[in-house]
Design a protein around this ligand. Sequence first.
Ligand code: SAM
Length: 349
Amino acid sequence: MHDIVKDYYGRQLASSEDLKTSACCDPTQLPAWLKPLLARIHPEVLSRYYGCGLVSPALLDGCRVLDLGCGSGRDVYALAQLVGERGEVVGVDMTEEQLEVATRHREHHREAFGYARDNVRFLHGYIERLNELGLEAGSFDVIVSNCVVNLSPDKEAVLDGVSRLLKPGGEFYFSDVYADRRVPAEVRNDPVLYGECLGGALYWNDFLRLAHRSGFADPRLVEDRPLEVTDPALAAKVGNVCFYSATYRLFKLDGLESACEDYGQAVIYRGTIPGHESRFVLDKHHGIEAGRVFPVCGNTWRMLGETRFAPHFDFVGNFERHYGLFEGCGATIPFGRTSADDDPDCGCC
Ligand SMILES: C[S@@+](CC[C@H](N)C(=O)[O-])C[C@H]1O[C@@H](n2cnc3c(N)ncnc32)[C@H](O)[C@@H]1O
């Protein structure tokens, strides 16, 4: 599988235009804050972007970030501006042609960002074998990945490596492709469908099980959108399987429980996160308005209280008394429902 994927991204695709599905983000849908960041990125890097979501969580200034499967570096260079000169972004990819483009433009970006020192690094390697890259355990605040984990033949090894490299309270914030069912063998074994990020996509509930096994007890869905297979011959092969691009955040926190439990707690957002002054979106079900008392389960409390977000919240309550399962914790397919932006009062999980 590694060779098929290297060939696809190293030799067959020359630019995002060559993709045969709508997995890649539509540039017209980009948020306003991202546009000035992308405007400083070299056109050759932009033209070889194959991501399927936005991997820029809030509050990155000064953070150390790792990008798994960074390709030609679009997200690395966008994140390099968000972490600032005090931070660092490390990109890992196995395809030499992709890394060549990324590394060739390092100096261009240092100058474009006005930095005295280069704050990015690119490593050639496999995301299943992060332990071979000389990266220190527990040394990253945030790990991102954009449309890559589906391509890995050993997704559990990827999540285990992520867990090892994250600091306590750090998070894996990543976009990937998921299916509404287990992908049949004829789709999985088709080299083009695999290269297009569909063949290797996990059934969403298998992903949740895998995440739990790697110690990420409560994966949070941030956003999702259905994907279209635009090529008619490929669409016929895919049949009734529905694919989604989805962004999840997985916090490395020891105390998280496998369900959202109610301890009668609440948080109040101080409105102090730059760029998110009126509302902080933790995930698809938690759009937290500044100044408002917002009831939360124990897991959400920890995601806000034991991470880099803690100084931006006031916390009401504790873990002394348990009131049962937090209302609204669901177990059906999580994709395609309203977002936190459409439903401001929703505090469920
Ligand atoms: C769909 S592209 C996404 C690239 C980049 N994240 C972006 O948004 O443009 C997938 C990338 O992941 C890399 N990749 C796939 N599997 C990998 C693996 N097992 N280890 C390292 N890199 C991998 C490929 O070389 C390719 O550059």
